[in-house]
Design a binder for this molecule. Structure first.
Ligand code: FMN
Ligand code: 173
Length: 382
């Protein structure tokens, strides 16, 4: 295989290095995966307006997300089980993000704990919260995020029940891994991953082990999730979470203009337009298709961010042109991590930054804040 020049190269390498059950877990969407596919396909339908003879010197990708300076408007999205793609995956991804100057978001369902990531990186990161039925546990988790120095709380609203992903059911996915002959085979054919994993103690859910009951004994991820996660979560809960946390708050998983208006009323600092990477409601529109009407509804009241389907810097630029102030990548960095650990996450960020910078230049712009619908051919109508 030749040099790594685009995110698809990292994906191919990750597929060869990560046991099938964990690679498939990342590379899956709910049911028919139509929304998962639409997320990236819809970016491809948007055309750019080429401009020429514009001074290209002194370009910069630096901007802010929720008032925090970022080297480019691309954060790492929260991804559960990141530490199963590569040993100590959350720590490595957090280090790569900190070195690059973009936010890393640690999932509630991470393998490395809040405390382990804080200790290893000594840099602030963002924490993503899932609301579970056990409110004492959630309060304790919020307090732990504060103690770990997290600089934003990302509250995910689109997963009260876990969407059904066929690949996970067929693979009998669980973390820690099960040891049926099939699972042993999948791991034995990935010796690099196995050796690497034997070198760490971080092999189960670091934030919740010993706290939330039953976590050592996962019959299936979905059964466990549906038992623990709170199906009663409502807009009324944002208040107590916001108050307990007391810092910058981002609401994740908004895909509808009416929900965006509700979110803006909570006084949160930002929303993330997201369909959970196509992993929850199959048949929902792509995030990029949903973005314009949400920006139209609340763009002057709350910062609007977007994730879902971003595989290049061009995708980032299109989201910015349609009104997003920031974006997040999930699989794009996960493939880098699975392929080659921290260096792979760095490569993913380098690739996206280069693509964003070159695209911006060829569109005749020098700063991300200058980007608008005017940079899109026919204003980006799909
Ligand atoms: C393997 C995987 C695990 C995820 N786990 C979480 C999670 O724990 N919490 C969360 O809020 N979102 C989670 N997400 C959703 C991501 O934060 C993000 O919305 C999505 O990955 C964006 O799409 P992309 O992967 O196409 O960039 C997960 C996504 C993937 C692919
Ligand atoms: O897989 C996911 O998308 C996710 O967010 C999750 C939810 C519960 C347990 C593990 C991962």
């Amino acid at each position: 295989m030749g040099p790594v020049v685009e995110i698809a190269d990292l994906e191919r390498l990750a597929r060869r290095r990560v046991p099938k059950m964990f690679f498939d877990y990342a590379d899956s969407g709910a049911w028919t995966e139509s929304t998962y596919r639409a997320n990236s396909e819809d970016f491809g339908k948007i055309k750019l307006r080429q401009r020429v003879a514009v001074d290209m010197t002194n370009r910069s990708l630096e901007t802010t997300m929720i008032g925090q300076t970022v080297a480019m408007p691309v954060a790492l999205a929260p991804v559960g089980l990141t530490g199963m793609q590569h040993a100590d995956g959350e720590i490595l991804a957090a280090k790569a993000a900190a070195a690059f100057g973009v936010p890393f978001t640690l999932s509630t369902m991470s393998i490395c704990s809040l405390e382990a990531v804080a200790e290893a990186t000594k840099k602030p990161f963002w924490f993503q919260l899932y609301v579970m039925r056990d409110r004492d546990f959630i309060n304790a988790l919020i307090d732990r995020a504060k103690a770990a120095g997290c600089s934003a709380l990302v509250l995910t609203l689109d997963l009260q029940i876990l969407g059904q992903r066929h690949k996970d059911l067929r693979n009998g996915l669980s973390a820690p891994p099960k040891f049926t002959p099939k699972h042993i085979w999948q791991m034995a054919t990935r010796p690099g991953w196995c050796l690497n994993m034997l070198g760490t103690k971080n092999r189960t859910f670091g934030n919740i082990v010993g706290h939330a009951k039953g976590v050592g004994d996962l019959s299936s991820l979905s059964a466990w999730t549906n038992e623990q996660f709170d199906p009663r979560l409502s807009w009324n809960d944002i208040d107590w979470i916001k108050e307990r946390w007391g810092g910058p708050l981002i609401l994740k998983g908004i895909l509808d203009a009416e929900d965006a208006k509700m979110a803006a009323k909570t006084g949160a600092d930002a929303i993330i337009v997201s369909n959970h990477g196509g992993r929850q409601l199959d048949g929902a529109p792509s995030s990029i298709a949903a973005l314009p009407e949400i920006v139209e509804a609340v763009g002057d009241k709350i910062e609007v961010h977007l994730d879902g389907g971003i595989r290049s810097g061009q995708d980032v630029l299109k989201a910015l042109c349609l009104g997003a102030k920031g974006t997040y990548i999930g699989r794009a960095f996960i493939f880098g991590l699975g392929a080659m650990g921290q260096a792979g996450v760095k490569q993913a960020l380098d690739i996206i930054a280069k693509e964003l910078d070159m695209t911006m230049a060829l569109c005749g712009e020098r700063t991300v804040s200058a980007l608008s619908r005017d940079n899109l051919y026919r204003y980006g109508q799909l």
